[in-house]
Every structure is written in structure tokens, then in C-alpha cells.
Design a protein around this ligand. Structure first.
Ligand code: SF4
Length: 169
């Protein structure tokens, strides 16, 4: 798994404050992507144990209660998925009360068996590629109206896809 950056205090990607990690490398190449520097699989740095411990040790730094957001790039592509699962699992073992948010360009109905493992750890998942023709600036936590904000825990509980209607559409 490669990463582009870690941001200690992020108020744009989740409800409240999150520590956010951008994975490096994206196969989707959505037209109009605002995050083009995360596309290349050659750039970025390997996610190390030090990065993992940094997240675990600093998630409550200065008394601020943060959740964790995992963005991209593409966290669930073959190059990054194992690292993302390991990070999510380790994080939830230490902080079961904290939320994990995850953004992916894949849609959940097409997840392979490995990608489905993130359902065990992720609370809120935003899926789908950015579609420029469906771009809407007023949307919360996503750029285009095809993207869905999925309540993973409730979806598992109800055995059907439960979306968060955060924009009162
Ligand atoms: S999936 Fe995300 S990072 Fe990848 S090209 Fe699309 S908008 Fe950009």
C-alpha cells in the first residue's frame, strides 16, 4: 500500500474531525478529478509500521476526538487493499468506538471477495467514480450525485443497502 499523505485534522471528510489518509494510485482516472496527484502508482511513499503507529498514537492528540477517513487515490485497488484492510482492522481493534470512513471509485455491488472484507471495519462508505456530468457542489462528502454515502453497519444489519440521506434530497 502506498500513501500520498496523512492529515491530522480534517473537517472536510467525515462528520466532525477526522485524521485522514490519502492512498496513492488510482486506476479510475475520472474526468474532472480534483486529486490527480494521487493517480500514479510510482509516486507516494510506502505505508510503514511507523505510519500505522503514528495514526494509532495520535488519533486523540491534544485531547481532540477524531475518527479515521481513508481516501484516495483508490484505497480498494489491488495495490492498496491489503494495507487498507490491515490498517482498518488494527484501528478498530484499538478503537472500536471510533468511526472509519472510506471513499472508493468502485461500487459495492461489484466488490470482489477481498474488497468485501472492508465491510467488517468501515462504518461509512462512499462509493462510485466522480462523474463530471453529475457534479454538484452542494453535496456533502462527495462530488457527484451518482456517488452514494452508505451506512455499512445498518446495511449489514438490515441485509440491504442503507444510504445516509445527508443532503435531504
Ligand atoms: S476515483 Fe477518486 S481519485 Fe480516482 S480518479 Fe476518480 S475522483 Fe480521482
Amino acid at each position: 500500500m502506498k500513501i500520498n499523505r496523512i492529515k491530522d485534522n480534517d473537517i472536510a471528510n467525515g462528520f466532525g474531525i477526522t485524521m485522514s489518509i490519502w492512498t496513492q494510485g488510482c486506476p479510475h482516472h475520472c474526468k474532472g478529478c480534483f486529486n490527480g496527484e494521487t493517480w500514479s502508482f510510482e509516486d507516494g511513499t510506502e505505508f510503514t509500521k511507523d505510519d500505522l503507529y503514528y495514526i494509532l498514537d495520535n488519533i486523540n492528540k491534544h485531547g481532540i476526538k477524531r475518527d479515521l477517513s481513508i481516501l484516495g487515490g483508490e484505497p480498494l485497488c489491488p495495490e492498496n487493499i491489503d494495507g487498507v484492510i490491515n490498517l482498518s482492522k488494527t484501528f478498530k481493534e484499538k478503537y472500536p468506538e471510533k468511526k472509519i470512513y472510506l471513499w472508493t471509485g468502485y461500487v459495492v455491488e461489484e466488490f470482489n471477495e477481498i474488497q468485501k472484507k472492508v465491510f467488517e471495519y468501515v462504518d461509512i462508505l462512499v462509493d462510485g467514480k466522480f462523474e463530471q456530468g453529475k457534479k454538484k457542489l452542494s453535496l456533502t462528502m462527495r462530488g457527484s450525485s451518482n456517488q452514494r454515502v452508505i451506512d455499512v453497519k445498518k446495511s449489514i444489519e438490515k441485509n440491504k443497502l442503507i444510504l445516509l440521506d445527508i443532503d435531504n434530497k
